[in-house]
Design a protein around this ligand. Structure first.
Ligand SMILES: C[S@@+](CC[C@H](N)C(=O)[O-])C[C@H]1O[C@@H](n2cnc3c(N)ncnc32)[C@H](O)[C@@H]1O
Ligand code: SF4
Ligand code: SF4
Length: 377
């Protein structure tokens, strides 16, 4: 059995709102939903071929499907992976509009993580609808979720403020920039890369010396772990995601990534397959793999290539073409990782009083100094 697979399932491309930047255009957001027989086929194949898997329910808007759908999903996971087997986990990635106490209580009972796409005080820059109302309706016991903030040209200078907003509420927060895909390809929502870098570094510096902060700043914290020699699979862009991630569309079509892949990267349909190996032997997978290898060959001279691994193939596809580096995502990673690695190396070299640093950095550094099996430089 292979060790681990991350599976993004888009149970529908339909959405109950219309974000300005969405990489799925309104004509793609059709009402079709995945059939339970396709979900069953997915669960039985993944459970028999992989030791463990994480399912990310995505879309479109996954919470336009009823709670009864997710109850069937969990029953199938328990059937194929084994109840309480710790071989599987779930995250629902939602715009938050349909969250309610009953659903949150069920998710808590079944240990389903909830990720809300939300920019706090600047949510209306990209999104419609009153998500604050549904979040406020959750009880204090049930309001456990993490937040993904997608940073646009309209919020690029507010990253520190957005971090502080969620830090003060004890909510885990991750940042990513709008990429020029789908609706964002030509409507001015992609942030300027230099401005993004400047404000992302400003946010990191605030978090680094925030000894009271109870939240990890993502992806910055993942970059620290990567620099210290512990790359995490959740930093998919910089840990060679190809073969370790799979995306399932409502009709059972398979793609290598959740970011609106083109037809040329389609890996067949799960309903026609006897094994997931067929998907990873498909022409579509070969196409993205060969183009990504060409890009990585160009990255060989880059001094941080062993930390970056050539970045995200779909970001490159939309920015420069999959075979080329040098787009905004490459520039942003170089600058951000460069800044973070200098700060962390300084701590490793000087071993200062760690009490002024935040808890996550303290733990990561102390762990490394106590067990220096893999000091990066
Ligand atoms: C496509 S949505 C699907 C799940 C759900 N509807 C939601 O909004 O969380 C998943 C994530 O992709 C992000 N996203 C959509 N279009 C994007 C783009 N062009 N660039 C970067 N992120 C994008 C959204 O902001 C959201 O956080
Ligand atoms: S980003 Fe999510 S919530 Fe917004 S339109 Fe796209 S699918 Fe819908
Ligand atoms: S930072 Fe850019 S050039 Fe360097 S490895 Fe990553 S994608 Fe390639």
């Amino acid at each position: 059995m292979k060790p681990y697979l991350s599976v993004i399932v888009k149970p529908t491309l339909f959405c109950n709102t219309d974000c300005k930047h969405c990489y799925h255009t309104p004509d793609q957001r059709e009402s079709r939903t995945i059939s339970i027989s396709t979900v069953e086929k997915l669960m039985s194949m993944v459970a028999s071929e992989y030791e463990a898997a994480w399912f990310i329910w995505h879309g479109g808007e996954p919470l336009t499907l009823p709670m009864s759908f997710y109850k069937q999903v969990i029953e199938l996971e328990e059937k194929y992976f084994g109840k309480n087997s710790f071989r599987y986990g779930n995250t629902i990635q939602t715009n938050g509009l349909n969250l309610n106490r009953r659903l949150m209580a069920y998710c808590r009972e079944k240990a389903i993580n909830i990720g809300v796409s939300y920019e706090g005080p600047y949510n209306s820059v990209l999104r419609e609808g009153d998500v604050q109302k549904s979040l406020d309706s959750l009880s204090s016991k049930d309001n456990k979720y993490s937040v993904s903030a997608t940073i646009s040209s309209g919020t690029v200078s507010h990253q520190k403020e957005i971090y502080e907003y969620f830090r003060d509420r004890g909510t885990n927060i991750s940042f990513s920039p709008v990429i020029p895909a789908g609706c964002a390809a030509c409507n001015g929502t992609v942030p300027d890369a230099d401005e993004y870098i400047r404000h992302s570094i400003e946010t990191f510096d605030e978090w680094l010396y925030d000894s009271e902060s109870k939240v990890p700043l993502i992806p910055h914290y993942l970059y620290i772990l990567n620099y210290l020699g512990e790359p995490t699979p959740s930093d998919c862009a910089h840990t060679s995601c190809l073969t370790k991630w799979l995306c399932v569309y409502p009709d059972g079509s398979l793609y290598p990534c959740g970011k609106a892949c083109p037809e040329e990267y389609r890996m067949g349909n799960i309903n026609d397959m006897a094994s997931l190996d067929e998907a990873f032997s498909s022409e579509g997978f070969r196409n993205i793999l060969l183009a990504s290898v060409k890009r990585r060959e160009k990255c060989a001279q880059c001094e941080i290539s062993r930390f970056c691994n050539g970045g995200c193939s779909m970001d490159a596809y939309y920015e420069t073409g999959t075979e080329n580096n040098g787009g905004d995502s490459c520039r942003i990673f170089k600058a951000l990782f460069g800044h973070i690695s200098v700060e962390i190396q300084k701590i490793l070299d000087e071993q200062p009083d760690m009490s002024k640093y935040n808890l996550f950095v303290r733990d990561a550094i102390v762990g490394k100094l106590v067990n220096p099996k893999n000091i990066a430089f």
